[in-house]
Design a protein around this ligand. Structure first.
Ligand code: TSJ
Length: 640
């Protein structure tokens, strides 16, 4: 068999591989929604970050171009372009072979280790085009692909050069294929926060982000020389701190461990785990190693100091982490992942290494900083006290569950028990609630009016939240319990409604109610959001009444603009001030009727984003709050 034939057979296999990616993109990138779209960028950037981890690059440029493409540039060594076995330049294999990479960089920490990195070949396969410039050995080498297939002719098995250079580095420009993706406009905010996070995890790296799609080009340099310490500081920036930021690092069994944490005056914990710079949303062995050691260390100290007496129970893990914000970042040569989304670190040696480092370093620290230790224990005591109260409150609530179904006689439940069909509208205000009850389809639509401003759950402790009658009614109506960190009674499979629809006025009070409810769901019943059960109703802002033709409801200002352009003759514009202004029939037509209404689904990417979001929502300024609501409003799709 000649060498040439080898290459042909091989190239057929390559094309079949990339064809498989195009056929089932979801298998490789999770989804073809906007979220999957952004992952294309992260995948490419992660390759450049790998070069940084090798100590070979300190700048990465990420540019969202006006034409919808993305450019990523690094100042590393440049992907090797020499002829590889099979007569193709090594770099071309990177873009055409599934799971290529690792061949010529053994021993490196790879972000793309495990099942995370989908590989640059997947990005290539899902791009209308990918343009590659590699600067090395004095030349700029050029390659190009369309839907994964090379279009550049090789010169004696090598890439053509398009210029000379003394610099080295890799430049990739790619355009996501609209045949594959639902939406092809990258979400700048998400890219930004991911790049910022990468900068925190790599204190010697600078990421230069540019969004050229904006009228005024957005240019941000992310450089965080304080590393994960800076990350903790940033997460806690709007909170009252109880301790300094505690930081330590160490290495055991070839695994590098880095930890930063700080206590704030809040009743929840935020613990983020990273392995080789990749966020592990499901946690894993590094996190459990940290938690186990931390709990035992604090309990030992508390007994030594006589704060826990012989008769006292130990603090629980949740007690000792009450108010804690922590980042645990490890570097592992061969990470393995498990869990539903393959984001849970599975290596047992990661747990061992983390435990060892944390144990050694934390004892060293607390021995020298007794005041900090005492503050930490005080947080644990506070938590234990609240926990006891809450356990009582919860027992009361749960024992009354069956009878307390409708405590105030306010819930108008639906008749059907087929959860797939049922919906509950949580309606702001009694007058709108009254109309909604009249207007609804009682077969499958339940109405729960709530009045005034319910509690701000982000700030209140849980027993106070549970004492609120409206919240109790709501929780019992859902029929799936709730979770609050100390044992989880939440069971989403028991949820009585497929859709939980928040219906509030499009004013500041309405926005406040919506955010309060969202915060409550996010904090106590996050699966409701993750599994897409929470919606916000969008009543129309206007009704256009033309002198000839049909009346039309307009749901936002864009719709109004469109109407103005499209509609020639004169028309009267009726502006709705609030839900309370609509009669039952109007409310049905505009907001309740599944055939005609507009709903927006509440979506949250993951825990990191969510804590940001909660913070933003609960902050005292009104504008960011509105921004959140509006942001989701733009994603609104007619629910039919
Ligand atoms: F994803 C990607 F492949 F397209 C990509 C790779 C994208 C970007 C923006 C950068 C990179 C990349 C790869 N930057 N730097 C490298 N480095 C290597 O591939 C490399 C360079 C030299 C050597 C060597 O052993 O000399 C080995 C490797 C893996």
């Amino acid at each position: 068999m000649s060498k040439k034939q080898d290459y042909n057979e091989n190239s057929i296999a390559v094309l079949e591989g990339l064809e498989a990616v195009r056929k089932r993109p979801g298998m490789y990138i999770g989804s073809v929604t906007r979220k999957g779209l952004n992952h294309l960028i992260y995948e490419i950037v992660d390759n450049a970050v790998d070069e940084h981890l090798q100590g070979e690059c300190d700048k990465i440029y990420v540019t969202l171009e006006r034409d919808g493409s993305c450019t990523v540039v690094d100042n590393g060594r440049g992907i090797p372009v020499g002829m590889h076995e099979k007569g193709v330049p090594a770099s071309r294999l990177v873009f055409t072979t599934l799971h290529a990479g690792g061949k010529f960089d053994d021993g490196a920490y790879k972000t793309s280790g495990g099942l995370h990195g989908v590989g640059s070949s997947v990005v290539n396969a899902l791009s209308s085009y990918m343009d590659v410039e590699i600067s090395r050995d004095g030349y700029i080498h050029h390659d190009r692909f369309e839907r994964g297939e090379p279009t550049e002719k090789l010169v004696k098995g090598l890439l053509p050069t398009i210029g000379k250079t003394k610099a080295t580095g890799t430049k990739i420009n790619f355009l996501p294929d609209p045949e594959i993706f639902e939406k092809t406009d990258f979400k700048g905010d998400d890219v930004k926060s991911r790049m910022h996070e990468t900068a925190y995890l790599n204190p010697n790296l600078t990421i230069i982000y540019e969004d050229k799609r904006k009228d005024e080009v957005e240019h941000i340099e992310f450089h965080e020389p304080d590393g994960i310490k800076g990350f903790v500081k940033d997460i806690n920036k709007n909170n009252e701190s109880v301790t300094d930021i505690i930081y330590f690092e160490g290495k055991a069994d070839g695994i590098e461990v880095e930890v930063a944490f700080q206590y704030i005056n809040e009743f929840h914990e935020t613990i983020l785990g990273f392995c080789n710079n990749i966020y592990n949303s499901e946690g894993g062995t590094h996190i459990t190693g940290f938690k186990t050691v931390f709990t035992s260390v604090i309990n030992n100290y508390a007994r030594e100091l006589g704060i826990l007496k012989e008769k006292d129970d130990n603090f629980t893990g949740a007690d000792v982490r009450n108010g804690m914000t922590a980042i645990i970042s490890i570097k592992h040569p061969d990470p393995r992942f498990e869990g539903q989304t393959k984001t849970k670190l599975d290596n047992q040696d990661a747990s061992k290494a983390t435990s060892k480092i944390v144990n050694d370093e934390i004892v060293l620290y607390f021995d020298r900083n007794l005041e900090t230790l005492k503050s930490v224990i005080a947080c644990a005591e506070k938590s234990r006290k609240i926990r006891k109260t809450e356990e009582k409150a919860k027992t009361n609530l749960l024992s009354k569950k069956k009878f307390s179904f409708d405590q105030n006689g306010k819930l108008s439940n639906c008749e059907s028990r087929d959860a797939k069909k049922c919906e509950i509208f949580i309606v702001e205000g009694d007058s709108a609630g009254g109309s909604a009850k009249e207007a609804r389809n009682r077969e499958y639509q339940a109405i729960l009016p709530i009045r005034g401003k319910i509690l701000n759950v982000e700030k209140a402790s849980i027993d106070k939240v549970l004492a609120n009658a409206e919240i109790k009614t709501m929780i019992s109506a859902f029929e799936c319990g709730f979770s609050e960190g100390y044992g989880n009674d939440f069971d989403i499979t028991k949820l009585r409604y497929d859709k939980i629809i928040i219906m509030a006025d499009a004013d500041v009070d309405g926005a406040h109610i919506s955010t309060l409810l969202l915060t409550l769901f996010y904090r106590f019943m996050p699966e409701l959001i993750y599994e897409g059960h929470v919606y916000i109703a969008m009543p129309p802002l206007y009704k256009a009444i033309p002198s000839k033709g049909e009346e039309e409801y307009l749901y936002d200002d864009t719709a109004l603009e469109k109407y103005r352009k499209k509609h020639k003759g004169p028309f009267t514009l009726q502006r709705y001030k609030g839900l309370g202004e609509m009669d039952a029939e109007q409310l049905w037509e505009t907001t309740l009727d599944p055939e005609r209404r507009m709903l927006k689904k509440v979506e949250i990417e993951d825990g990191r984003m969510a804590s940001d979001v909660t913070e933003m929502l609960m902050g005292n300024e009104v504008p960011p709050r509105r921004a959140f609501i509006y942001e989701h409003a733009r994603d609104a799709e007619l629910d039919v």
